[in-house]
Structures are given as C-alpha cells and as structure tokens.
Ligand binder design. Structure first.
Ligand code: CU
Ligand code: CU
Length: 470
C-alpha cells in the first residue's frame, strides 16, 4: 500500500483502459503536495493498479483479471511505463493456497488460502522489460499460474529504442595538404536504450550516441585536444583510451569521469595509422561490449591516395542474458562475457545493421572504395571478408607506413586493432561483408555493399540460381 500521506494528495481516476491511475507526478509528490494539483493528465510517473483473482471461478490454476480491460482475462498481460508505481492486488477466489511473486522486483504477496482474503504488492518499475508474475506454491506456476508484466513497449509489438547505428558513410573528408595543427574533438559518453535487433532493445554505452563513436581524422604531428564529457543521465563513470596516443592509459588516466563531469586533455599524434579508441573504465570489457569504441585516422604527411568512396565499419560482440533473437528489453550478462560466449555479433552496433536500406554501403561500378575496418570486440578476432570481392590492397594491421598487401581474400583484425582495405568495383550486385567465422553471420554479423551499374559478362557471367542468399 502507498502510505496515507501520499494518497492524501493523489487523485484516483479510472481511465478508458481500465487501469486505475493514481495520477500525479510520481512518488515525490509526498514531499511536494503542489504537484497533486497538476493531476489529471497522465504524466510520466503514475500508479498503475491491477486486481487479480485466483481461479476466478474457472476451476483452473490461473490468475483472472478483475475490472477494466483485463476483466475476466486469464493470466492477463499487465502493463506499465518505466518510472510507474505498480500496485497488484491478489484476491483469493478458490480457497486454495496461493501467492503472487515477481522475482525481478523482489516482491511477493502473503500466501493465503482463505476465500476472499487479499493482499497487495506495490513497487516501482524502473526498467523497460518483460517480467513474469507467478504463484510460487509448488506446482502452480507449472500448472499455468503465471502471466507477464510488460514495462514499456510490448515485446509482442516489438520494443523500440534509439537507432544507435553509425552510418558507414559517415567519414570525415581527407585532410589535404597542411602543416600540423591543434584539432579539437568532442566526445560525449551517453548511455542509451537502443535497437539491437528487430523488436529487441538494450542499454548501450556510446560515444556521441552511436556505435561506433564518430570517426575522427587528423594528420601526423597534429595535437588532438579531446573535450570529453560524461552525460548527467549516465549511470556509470566512463573514460577514453586512444590507441593513437602515447602516454599512460592512452588518455584514460586523464578522463575517467563521473556522470555530469567534463574535462579536456591533449595528445600529439606521433604515428600515422588507423587507431581504435575505447572506454577504459572497469569493467573495461563490459563498457566495450556495450558499444564504447570508435576509431581515429592519423593520416601520414602525404595523406592517402584518393578513392571514390570511404566507409567506416567496426565489429563487436554483445553479451545478453536472453538468447539471440529474444524480443523485448535484454540485459547485459557479465558471466557470458567472461566465458566469451556472446549472443550477438554486430557491425556498427546492431544485428544486421548494415543490411538496412538506410545503412547499407553504396557505390557504383567503376569506383574504388576504401573501408576503414576495426574491431571493438572486446574479445573476438575478425576474419574480415567481402563476399564476391578481392581486396586489391590491405594495409595490414592498419599500418599506413608499410607497403600494403595486395590481392587478399580475408584479413585478420584483432580486438583493439584495425585494417584499411581498398578495392575497385568491376561488376554490380550485392557484396556481403562478413567475418569468415561464418557462424557469426547467423548471430547478426552481416553487412551489404550494394553496387549499381552495368554488368560485365567478360568478368562475371552465368544463369542466376534461386536461393543463393546473395
Ligand atoms: Cu564506459
Ligand atoms: Cu585499448
């Protein structure tokens, strides 16, 4: 039950949905009775009340809804929004021993067998997700005495979160000829509920709201001035370690910030190459797995040879409690991370992210492309491969001062490492980016390079066959 002092200032009303909303601006109104005067509209934090009976006259081991939209429904799905207070009242209707338990919120009614006895649980739901309410009397859950509490979007409708996918075409332009200078970059640690897959969301840790974070581009000899801030809404401290920096922690020693803090530090880009940056706050692997990585290109003095199109792609793994493909809000699983048993593998943050209309790589026949490819990880080496293409040049390990390898099919990229690959496009079609450890393609690790233009039968010719998947 809510304390009387709170109820005194709330206004209960029954809305069309049948839920009883104790409308006000949340529990804090106990201290600020003024807010109760704003009651009426459903604001962000309200009390959502449901009543369930045991059996409800059905003679079955089930919960049955009482009142509103759930009236008469067997094991109804209860709904609330993050931040709401949920009150569930259990009415005994069959004279058998029962209770109602929700593990995740650590709440349980009393167990009672008296017909017409009742008890309530009241708790705050803070996280989007699907939870099970059930009767904990041995055998009752198995017999069917359970239902769902959905917080936020219904999993059945598909949970939706922010689009955290960094567009692979989002590459800064070439530096061109100039003397070394000081370049200011701004990075913000943001924790966001983002779309992991169709109908599946999770909490990402990001630089600037996307995975990977922004691609940064400087020239060798530049001084990089990093303005780093951790959003006030964050739950965790965050930092940034630049593999391009020379000095302890790659900058992490200067940048471990609590939510709401900001700082500026500098480093000189002494070596050219393509370098990973990532959060280095413990558990580092956790922060990386949740998306906190990106890359900085340090161009050599003479720059890079011009190409028609450049792309930015990074690979990572995601460790969730729920198996691959589970809809709704999914949670990070530390044990799976330690066991290096991810549920998802991703390019640019989400399952199949680079296969969408919006984020596929696009080019034309006759063009040359360069892919800046890195692995955030935290743990898995990539055997990077583009199905149907041969990499004309591979700057192995992203070393831009060594001569490139030529004519490469698949190239290895370690976690915290990168490569730069280039190839010319001779024929149109869909070329599929994969890690040639191909089980991972079935866990989300796939991208498309869509090439348009005239075919050339002298290079590639034949009859199309069905079901190739390309
Ligand atoms: Cu972090
Ligand atoms: Cu590192």
């Amino acid at each position: 039950m809510l304390p009387k002092s709170i109820l005194a200032f709330t206004l209960s009303l029954i809305v069309a949905s049948g839920m009883i909303l104790t409308a006000a601006t949340g529990l804090s109104l106990a201290e600020t009775p003024d807010t109760a005067r704003d009651a009426g509209a459903r604001s962000a934090n309200v009390t959502v009340e449901y009543t369930l009976t045991t059996g409800g006259g059905t003679g079955q081991l089930v919960f049955v809804g009482v009142g509103g939209e759930i009236d008469g429904e067997i094991n109804p799905t209860l709904r609330a929004n993050p931040g709401d207070v949920v009150k569930i009242t259990l009415l005994n209707d069959d004279g058998m021993l029962h209770d109602l338990v929700i593990d995740e919120f650590n709440v349980a009614t009393d167990q009672f067998a008296d017909r017409d006895a009742q008890d309530s649980i009241t708790f705050t739901v803070d996280k989007i997700g699907e939870y099970v309410y059930y009767c904990s009397v041995p055998g009752h859950r198995q017999a069917g005495m359970w239902g769902k509490l959905v917080v936020g979007e219904s999993a059945a409708q598909g949970a939706t979160g922010a689009d955290i996918v960094r567009d692979p075409a989002d590459v800064p332009s070439a530096i061109g000829e100039r003397e070394p200078e000081t370049v200011r970059v701004e990075l913000v640690a943001e924790e966001v509920v983002g779309q992991l897959a169709d109908g599946t969301v999770m909490t990402y840790f990001t630089f600037n709201g996307t995975v990977p974070g922004p691609m940064l581009r400087v020239r060798v000899g530049d001084t990089v001035e990093v303005a780093f801030r951790n959003e006030t809404s964050s739950q965790f401290p965050h930092s940034v370690d630049f593999h391009a920096a020379t000095g302890p922690g790659g900058g992490a020693v200067y940048s471990n910030l609590h939510p709401g803090e900001e700082t500026v530090f500098t480093f000189k880009a002494l070596n050219s190459g393509l370098y990973v940056y990532h959060c280095a706050t413990p558990s580092v692997a956790h922060h990386i797995a949740n998306g906190m990585y990106g890359m900085i290109l340090v161009e050599p003095e003479e720059g890079l040879a011009p190409v028609d199109r450049e792309f930015y792609v990074m690979q990572g793994e995601i460790y969730t409690e729920e198996p691959y493909g589970t809809p709704g809000y999914v949670r990070f699983d530390h044990d799976k991370m330690l066991a290096e048993a991810p549920e998802y593998f991703v390019f640019n943050g989400a399952a199949g992210a680079l296969t969408s209309e919006e984020h596929a790589l696009r080019a034309n026949v006759g063009e040359t492309v360069r892919i800046y490819f890195g692995v955030g990880g935290p743990n898995f080496v990539s055997s990077f491969h583009v199905i149907g293409e041969i990499m004309d040049r591979v700057y192995d390990q992203a070393s831009l001062t060594s001569p490139p390898l030529t004519d490469v099919q698949t190239t290895l990229v370690p976690p915290g490492g990168a490569t730069v690959v280039e190839f010319a496009l001779d024929v149109p079609g869909r070329f599929i980016l994969v890690d040639h450890a191909l089980s991972r393609a079935e866990r989300g690790l796939v991208g498309h390079l869509v090439v348009e233009g005239e075919g050339d039968p002298a290079i590639f010719d034949g009859e199309l066959t069905a079901g190739s998947g390309h």
